[in-house]
Design a protein around this ligand. Structure first.
Ligand SMILES: [Zn+2]
Length: 195
């Protein structure tokens, strides 16, 4: 598991990033740290317990990455490719994903709570026990995916497609949905109310 050490700058409550006693905003080596972590993730080798928050990634190829117990929360990802990646117990809390591809992803226990997704695809993925609590998703495609036991509670879903998905035990309680398709999916096994 990643370390919960906070930044040593006075009054700062953010987690210290990997390779520094500071958060990214307070370190003087931010460029080097971002480059080093980007290289590690892109290598396709297993990456464990890395923390990198508060930055922006653009046009990065993170396909076939393997992340274990990492925290990549509070980041912005634009045009990034996570296809065929494997995520286990990895955090992307309060992040933004714009035009990102997650096709053929395998996820076990990831947390995307509070994140925003625009024009992203998760088509053909296995996403188990994953937390999408309160996300905002616009023009997002989960078609042909297994979302067993994942949670979308209080999410705002606009133009989101869950066609031909396994939705067993998927939680859609208090979601706001506009133009959401569950065609060919077992939505009767999903959870929409608490009674
Ligand atoms: Zn700090």
């Amino acid at each position: 598991m990643f370390s919960f050490n906070t930044c040593v700058s006075e009054g700062c409550t953010h987690l210290a990033v990997t390779g520094s006693p500071h958060c990214l905003a307070h370190t003087e080596q931010s460029e080097g740290i971002v480059a080093s972590v980007t290289k590690q993730i892109s290598s396709g080798q297993p990456v464990g317990s890395v923390i990198l928050t508060g930055t922006q990634f653009e046009d990065e190829d993170f396909s076939n990455s393997r992340l274990y117990a990492c925290s990549l929360s509070r980041n912005i990802f634009i045009n990034c490719n996570f296809s065929s990646s494997f995520l286990q117990l990895t955090y992307f809390v309060f992040s933004r994903f714009i035009n990102c591809t997650f096709e053929g992803l395998t996820v076990k226990y990831a947390v995307f709570a509070g994140s925003e997704f625009e024009q992203c695809t998760f088509e053909g993925s296995d996403i188990y026990h994953t937390n999408f609590l309160g996300i905002g998703a616009r023009d997002v495609n989960f078609n042909d995916s297994d979302l067993y036991y994942s949670c979308f509670t209080q999410a705002q879903l606009d133009n989101v497609s869950f066609q031909d998905c396994n939705l067993k035990k998927v939680d859609f309680y208090e979601t706001k949905r506009s133009n959401v398709s569950f065609k060919y999916s077992n939505y009767e096994e999903a959870v929409f109310s608490r009674d």
